[in-house]
Write a protein that binds this ligand. Sequence first.
Ligand SMILES: *[C@@H]1O[C@H](CO)[C@@H](O)[C@H](O)[C@H]1NC(C)=O
Ligand SMILES: *[C@@H]1O[C@H](CO)[C@@H](O)[C@H](O)[C@H]1NC(C)=O
Ligand SMILES: *[C@@H]1O[C@H](CO)[C@@H](O)[C@H](O)[C@H]1NC(C)=O
Ligand SMILES: *[C@@H]1O[C@H](CO)[C@@H](O)[C@H](O)[C@H]1NC(C)=O
Ligand SMILES: *[C@@H]1O[C@H](CO)[C@@H](O)[C@H](O)[C@H]1NC(C)=O
Ligand SMILES: *[C@@H]1O[C@H](CO)[C@@H](O)[C@H](O)[C@H]1NC(C)=O
Ligand SMILES: *[C@@H]1O[C@H](CO)[C@@H](O)[C@H](O)[C@H]1NC(C)=O
Ligand SMILES: *[C@@H]1O[C@H](CO)[C@@H](O)[C@H](O)[C@H]1NC(C)=O
Ligand SMILES: *[C@@H]1O[C@H](CO)[C@@H](O)[C@H](O)[C@H]1NC(C)=O
Ligand SMILES: *[C@@H]1O[C@H](CO)[C@@H](O)[C@H](O)[C@H]1NC(C)=O
Length: 418
Amino acid sequence: MLNRTQLPRSLFLATILTAQAAALAPAQTYKLCQQKTPDPLAGCPNGTLYVHPSDARASFRSIQGAIASLPNDTSAHVILIAPGVYTEQLNVTRPGPLTLLGATDRNASYASEDGAVPNDVQVYWNSANYNATFPDNVYTGVLTVGPSLEATLTGSGPTGYPVPPDTPFGCADFRAYNIDFRNEFAPYSSGPAHAVGVSRANAGFYSCGFYSWQDTVYIGKLGNAYFHDVVVAGETDFLYGFGTLFIDGSTLLLRSCGGGITAWKGTNTTFANKYGVYLTSSRVLAANSTIAPSIAGRCSLGRPWNDLHRSLFRDTYLDASILPAGYTEWDGKPNGGIGPNTTMAVYRVYGPGYDAEAEAASNVTKVFDEDQASPYLTPLDVFQGPNGTQPDVAWIDRGVLEGVWGRRGGQVLKGARR
Ligand SMILES: *[C@@H]1O[C@H](CO)[C@@H](O)[C@H](O)[C@H]1NC(C)=O
Ligand SMILES: *[C@@H]1O[C@H](CO)[C@@H](O)[C@H](O)[C@H]1NC(C)=O
Ligand SMILES: *[C@@H]1O[C@H](CO)[C@@H](O)[C@H](O)[C@H]1NC(C)=O
Ligand SMILES: *[C@@H]1O[C@H](CO)[C@@H](O)[C@H](O)[C@H]1NC(C)=O
Ligand SMILES: *[C@@H]1O[C@H](CO)[C@@H](O)[C@H](O)[C@H]1NC(C)=O
Ligand SMILES: *[C@@H]1O[C@H](CO)[C@@H](O)[C@H](O)[C@H]1NC(C)=O
Ligand SMILES: *[C@@H]1O[C@H](CO)[C@@H](O)[C@H](O)[C@H]1NC(C)=O
Ligand SMILES: *[C@@H]1O[C@H](CO)[C@@H](O)[C@H](O)[C@H]1NC(C)=O
Ligand SMILES: *[C@@H]1O[C@H](CO)[C@@H](O)[C@H](O)[C@H]1NC(C)=O
Ligand SMILES: *[C@@H]1O[C@H](CO)[C@@H](O)[C@H](O)[C@H]1NC(C)=O
């Protein structure tokens, strides 16, 4: 097979664009409800709650007000959010399905526009855990999904915060569509600053944006998160955690370089787990052409938060910002944090940021072949219930799952919500 780095530039671009056209179709599931219509709730599921900063027809002025009104039970609820800028912290602790819909007339994918055309619903919470201001990073989050504060804490050491084992599971099926979550505490890494945290819960994000500089996305213990057509912006360790994160059809924006893009902690379990971060059919780009020259060749794909780190970039375009060696060690840790079970891998990545020779010579980056990549290819392969059961994808938008992963994605979904 032709080495993609050697393709002529025009053919090379055509390859990217074709791959993206297939992958970037946004979710259509709630399009009628999300559309801005004279009756804002037209096309919405029965019982949808409406949030608007001032409209008298809305029952809630704040998103958290609507969330807090819901019963702490397993009933399913939908919240439609009118266009606007909301400054508030969102916590979702209830176990029942909850869908947050941002009102929008957008037809195009979000990720293909690199977030240059923001979503109509913006949620801001500017907060960073600089100089140990807070007891834990989770206090900084714009949105946190998890059954209790304790269950969502990051903690320190190789295994993190010791969550009591009898802690219940949180939201079984949280979803957000067309919402930007922004933690713009400072325009540089100034300590951990979560845009989102998901622990002991399942969460899907469709055409959403996550903007921060450090630790933008945190997927904690027993957290499962699926990102489709999203933008994640950051500088340092901006995809981090203990849980499982699968990203497709999305764009990662490098605002600068620090640490690595991925920083994962693995966990020893009695069953073979798939905890890790998996990115496919996506793009990794400098945030803009002004920053691009100063970060060229400098940004690491990831580093091991502990030596059971597992991450895989596959079928993804890497721009010239990426370090030729790919991943890096964690400075100051014994053996650079790397052990026999550290998996920092790439598979069929391409673009000017992919240097196969330098990656192989690094002894840090694993260049996977098809067999090595095959356990981690789809959401069906990686997501697990709390005790390791598979498949565990009923919480993923069925239209998107089937659209991206075909009939194999749909065949196990009998009884799933749409
Ligand atoms: C929605 O509620 C209306 C009025 O209560 C009812 O007539 C209709 O059947 C409901 N639709 C669904 C899909 O439940
Ligand atoms: C919700 O209910 C569960 C189970 O009864 C309980 O453990 C939890 O504390 C409740 N959460 C809140 C926020 O009340
Ligand atoms: C999206 O498509 C609908 C139906 O084709 C059209 O009415 C609407 O103007 C489009 N919205 C935008 C923002 O292009
Ligand atoms: C954190 O502490 C350092 C050292 O005292 C100080 O220079 C820095 O300004 C502090 N950071 C913030 C955001 O206040
Ligand atoms: C969300 O949880 C954090 C951490 O417990 C807490 O500091 C914050 O006050 C909570 N916010 C809301 C709106 O419940
Ligand atoms: C380019 O991106 C960087 C990082 O996000 C930001 O600080 C800077 O303001 C941006 N510059 C322009 C011209 O947009
Ligand atoms: C996982 O188990 C291995 C082998 O017993 C041990 O060396 C390692 O420290 C454990 N890692 C964690 C994070 O518990
Ligand atoms: C590495 O993984 C294998 C297979 O899961 C396990 O038997 C072994 O204990 C692990 N070693 C370390 C050091 O984690
Ligand atoms: C990688 O491993 C080879 C073989 O053990 C060794 O010769 C080489 O120096 C190592 N490279 C780095 C960058 O550590
Ligand atoms: C694992 O979890 C599933 C679903 O909650 C449950 O049906 C099954 O009994 C559990 N298995 C074990 C071995 O705990």
